[in-house]
Design a protein around this ligand. Structure first.
Ligand code: FAD
Ligand code: A2P
Length: 273
């Protein structure tokens, strides 16, 4: 009996947190997105993350951090995910289909939120890989355009196909009858690849430091702490390199408890980090 007790509790809690997958889309061999039902109790700020996952073979929840990619006003939830071939969660999560149950702990947290930044004129979303996920939420939130005159999304991946989720999202946003008008003239999108030739190339760090992105978009550069605010989401190495550039321009890192000019979050925890 006593052996059963600890297993029963997480399982019944997991069932209470179960949500239903409503659609799944595979973008590449290593990237997919999905939508699921939203718990009525879930209130979140665009840009935050939650813990989600599946039950393991023993019926225990196997959970990982995931940025909510949908905006806070959406009735459903959207997530954008990597497929790690031997990853404990994503080796299984990549096979979900509509109707499947996933576990979602409705306790959103995170630093990529408007509250962690002081008011400014221009907002930069700087991302690599799945780091675009929190910005897929923020870029669809009207509050972003109420607070800023200009919003710039930079997203870099190795290959063109990995940019497709973001590219389509921005296109849909511009064509959206409600938000389209709000983003027109305000939202600038700067996708680049680093390993496959494409229209625009180079790392986010290189394009910022060289001034190329300002030139290409026809906007004033470099960033200025009196005007610019930034949110950063990528690998640890990317985040560290971006921090050096932003701090060199005089921007200071903020937090929910102490808003400043930029905020950072890891898109994933790397091997050995
Ligand atoms: P894990 O054992 O968790 O990871 C195995 C290895 O795979 C890692 O050591 C790392 O080298 C690599 N890896 C893991 N995730 C990624 C990734 N996203 N991109 C590139 N390499 C990766 N993942 C998402 O796909 N989408 C998200 O929106 C997302 N949001 C996150 C938010 C936060 C705050 C954090 C800390 C992580 C987030 N992650 C996200 C990563 C996620 O938590 C898991 O690591 C991922 O789902 C893989 O789980 P796994 O159990 O299959 O493998
Ligand atoms: P690169 O191809 O030059 O390494 P990954 O797939 O390894 O997570 O990388 C995703 C994207 O982030 C790639 O385009 C990669 O460029 C870029 N990248 C990786 N590390 C950094 C870094 N430290 N600074 C800027 N960009 C980086």
């Amino acid at each position: 009996m006593s052996d059963n007790a600890p297993q029963t509790r997480p399982q019944s809690k997991a069932i209470a947190d179960a949500q239903t997958v409503t659609s799944v889309r595979h973008w590449t061999d290593s990237l997919f997105s999905f939508r699921c039902t939203r718990p009525q109790s879930l209130r979140f700020r665009s840009g935050e993350f939650v813990m989600l996952g599946l039950l393991d073979e023993r019926g225990k929840p196997l959970l990982r951090a995931y940025s909510i990619a949908s905006p806070s006003w959406d009735d459903a939830l959207e997530f954008y995910s990597i497929k790690v071939p031997d990853g404990p969660l994503t080796s299984r999560l990549q096979h979900i289909v509509p109707g499947d149950a996933i576990i979602l702990r409705p306790k959103p947290v995170g630093t990529l939120v408007h509250d962690a930044l002081l008011p400014g004129k221009r907002l930069w979303f700087l991302s690599t890989g799945t780091g675009i996920a929190p910005f897929a939420s923020l870029v669809r939130d009207p509050e972003t355009y109420e607070k800023y005159d200009q919003v710039i999304l930079m997203h870099t991946c190795r290959e063109k196909a990995e940019l497709e989720y973001g590219r389509e999202l921005i296109e849909d946003l511009r064509n959206d009858p409600l938000i389209g008008e709000m983003v027109e003239g305000k939202l600038l999108y700067y996708p680049t690849t680093t390993r496959e030739p494409s229209e625009r190339m180079g790392r986010v760090t290189e394009n910022l430091a060289s001034g190329r992105v300002f030139q290409d978009l026809g906007i004033d550069g470099p960033m200025d702490p009196a005007r610019d605010r930034a949110m950063v989401c990528g690998s640890l190495a990317f985040n560290l390199d971006i921090k050096t550039i932003l701090e060199g321009w005089g921007l200071r890192e903020g937090a929910n408890s102490d808003p400043a000019e930029y905020v950072v979050e890891k898109a994933f925890v790397g091997d050995g980090v």
